[in-house]
Design a protein around this ligand. Structure first.
Ligand SMILES: C[S@@+](CC[C@H](N)C(=O)[O-])C[C@H]1O[C@@H](n2cnc3c(N)ncnc32)[C@H](O)[C@@H]1O
Length: 470
């Protein structure tokens, strides 16, 4: 580190590393690209950011365990950024909110939370996780829901008449894909009864809460090959019983809500409309005034890594968010399926080198990476617009590999952000505890594997780029 500092100082302060604080002080020169690469090569890991000793229970405290979500970050990481770089009542924004980790943490810390995501399922989960519901009212409604569903299923199955008449109109979407993923008729029927009864709930917050529970159980009730990040059927799989799975999960969520209700400051709960904005929307069009946001904490999508639309298709099918997967994929950044035709310049020499290298191996993937960097650049421009001068953006990102070409996301992001009016405040290199990051993925099934032929690598490190708007 000291050598690097000396070297940089000799180069007339092109990039200056303050070794005492670990902070980087940056001034742009013609050798920016090389300076960035050198900085990353020499960056030491900061163990205080790996949160290695946290248990699963701790990382899924309160509402954080409501729903699985690919590439979600742990709440403790978001919380530390929020506490370090914002004050109470200031606006904290996550333009790729995913399942709402940043928003929940911001609200608990008494900040105003704004989040968007292109994925409607991300919106549903975020709302369910961040709106605290009065625990007694919720428990009463959930108990009634469960007893109605149970009685109705008994009546349907065994003709056992309930004490009072219960009439539920099952909702089973008329879509071939439902039969494809849920080939067992009794499972489709039971799911239809649960959904039909949820739809009768008048209170919107409680209805969203129940829909989130419903969405979470769908994978286990289907023949979806578990642990796979690509949609693959496993016809040998024995799907779980929908009602039992739903009951177990919603009761777990009821406890999570109690904790959220206890932890959220009273003034935030009383003025939730003022403190929480979560929308299904594109990250390039944030619902924020210019120069209004104090802090952004986010992890952007990766390129050709997770196809969120594919992964969430079961919920999308049942809840009617899209007629087909192709329609559902629109707008997702990082997808292999879409094309952006206009590129008026990616402001990164490192990105251009990567694309050139990739073009030699695969035109399709090179195109996808070009689209990706360009669209991410547009997102950074929007982040720059909404941030206050001096406001920080904490970008959590790891590097990856495609066709044996290193995709240096972190280095590219820093270069783009420097070129559009940010400075580096700090770069943290953190180890991702191995229990949540197996090393390779099979490109056919997307399943994590130890097969060394896998063409895609997931690294054990990621970065938190703490950038400041000039
Ligand atoms: C890595 S995930 C974020 C996970 C999040 N930090 C969490 O803890 O759940 C990236 C997210 O970007 C979203 N996304 C992709 N394209 C988008 C776009 N154009 N606008 C907004 N969100 C988008 C995906 O739907 C996905 O939820």
């Amino acid at each position: 580190m000291v050598t690097l500092l000396e070297e940089m100082t000799k180069k007339n302060n092109s990039l200056l590393l303050d070794t005492s604080s670990g902070n980087l002080l940056v001034a742009q020169t013609s050798s920016l690209q090389n300076d960035i690469l050198t900085i990353f090569n020499n960056l030491a890991e900061d163990p205080s950011w790996s949160f290695e000793n946290l248990s699963r229970k701790e990382t899924s405290y309160a509402t954080h365990g409501y729903h699985r979500y690919p590439a979600k970050f742990i709440p403790q990481l978001a919380r530390r950024c929020i506490e370090d770089y914002s004050a109470e009542n200031e606006i904290v924004c996550d333009p790729f909110m995913g399942c709402g980790t940043t928003l929940v943490e911001a609200l608990i810390a008494g900040r105003r939370a704004v989040g968007v995501d292109i994925n409607p399922i991300a919106w549903l989960i975020t709302i369910a996780k961040s709106v605290p519901i009065e625990p007694k009212k919720l428990k009463k409604e959930v108990d009634k829901l469960l007893s109605d569903i149970s009685a109705f299923i008994e009546f349907k199955k065994n003709r056992i008449k309930p004490l009072k008449e219960i009439n539920i109109r099952p909702v089973i979407p008329n879509n071939e894909r439902i039969k494809y993923w849920f080939p067992h008729e009794y499972i489709r029927e039971e799911l239809g009864i649960i959904l039909g009864r949820i739809n009768e709930i008048k209170d919107q917050d409680i209805r969203n809460f129940c829909l989130c529970a419903f969405s979470q159980i769908l994978k286990n009730c289907s023949v979806w090959l578990m642990k796979s990040v690509k949609p693959t059927r496993d016809l040998k799989k024995k799907p779980v019983d929908p009602f039992q799975a739903f009951k177990k999960h919603i009761n777990y969520m009821v406890k999570g809500n109690e904790e959220l209700f206890r932890l959220m400051p009273e003034h935030v709960k009383q003025n939730l409309k003022r403190y929480l904005i979560a929308e299904r929307r594109d990250a390039r069009d944030l619902p924020c005034k210019s120069d209004s946001v104090s802090l952004i904490v986010t992890s952007p999508p990766y390129v050709t890594s997770y196809e969120y639309a594919d992964l969430h298709q079961l919920t999308a099918l049942w809840l009617g968010y899209a007629k087909n997967v192709a329609e559902f994929r629109e707008g997702f950044i990082g997808s292999i399926y879409k094309r952006t035709s206009i590129h008026d310049g990616i402001k990164s020499e490192i990105a251009k080198g990567i694309i050139e290298e990739l073009e030699k191996k695969s035109k399709r993937e090179a195109e996808a990476v070009r689209d990706y960097f360009f669209e991410i650049q547009q997102c950074f421009e929007e982040m720059h617009r909404v941030l206050k001068p001096g406001g920080k953006a904490c970008i959590v990102i790891g590097n990856t590999e495609l066709k044996k070409v290193s995709i240096l996301n972190a280095e590219v992001f820093v270069e783009i952000m420097l070129n559009i009016g940010f400075r580096v405040h700090k770069i943290v290199k953190r180890r991702i505890p191995s229990k949540i990051l197996p090393s390779t993925r099979d490109s056919k099934t997307g399943r994590f594997t130890s097969n060394h032929k896998a063409d895609r690598l997931a690294y054990a490190y990621e970065y938190i780029l703490v950038m400041e708007k000039l």
